[in-house]
Design a protein around this ligand. Sequence first.
Ligand SMILES: [Zn+2]
Length: 282
Amino acid sequence: MWPTAEPDVFVRDETLRTDPQQVRELWEAPDRRVVAVYKGHVDVRADVDCDPEDLILLGTIDGVGWFAARTRTDATVDLRAVADSLDPVERAAALTAVALDNWHATHECCPRCGGPTHMVRAGWVRRCREDGSEHFPRTDPAVITLVVDDDDRALLGRRSVWPPGWYSTLAGFVEPGETFEQAVVREVFEEAGVRVPVDQVQYRATQPWPFPSSIMIAFTARTWAQPSRPDGEEIAETAWLSRPEFAAAAQRGDLRIPPRISVAHHLIADWFGEPIPQTWSR
Ligand SMILES: [Zn+2]
């Protein structure tokens, strides 16, 4: 099952966030859970002592409060490295904690007046101390697309910053004024020189990707057989691969796709039609 198809495990209760007394009671309950978060690193079973005013209330599950503490512990590990081994609840908590922590860390000043801001509403809002304006967490939409041609070959690309052999689907940020589908058409042409008809772009799934603050909107797109050419800047190599070519390259060790936590992995696995062996992922 696509991880993106899981129901939200948390009760995201807006009224709870504005009730400091209830937040304090959740914090003082013996079964509370805490995710320590520090620069994309997490400890999902943290035991920290904090004033609840400094904590983020991620949400509740069956009346139990889940908090994020913006601090480092001895057990903090890179979320991208461990996400696949977490249970779905811990993974959802960790993704939310990292997203909010990244936002708080980069929004300490008011975008209106430059004054200092501070965390309010259990970590879901920052308020300016000078002009009282309120600021909300940001999420940047990015499209990610598996393009397939008339011969059922998949278009994959290697980003310039990746080592040889690392391939994925094409992705990029949505620009102001664009629809998601238009962003797919533009990004695929910019990065790989491949034309995709906008009416052949099909929505597939979404995935929060707080590295640092994205949500990936995943698509498949079908187009005619045509050459690809990498842009040479963001994308170093592109390739159209049939299923046998893909499998052969992966078996030789010449091709690695993103880990199972990523929506790109699922787009590729869906096209391939069979489970992807562990050794084909990075
Ligand atoms: Zn201000």
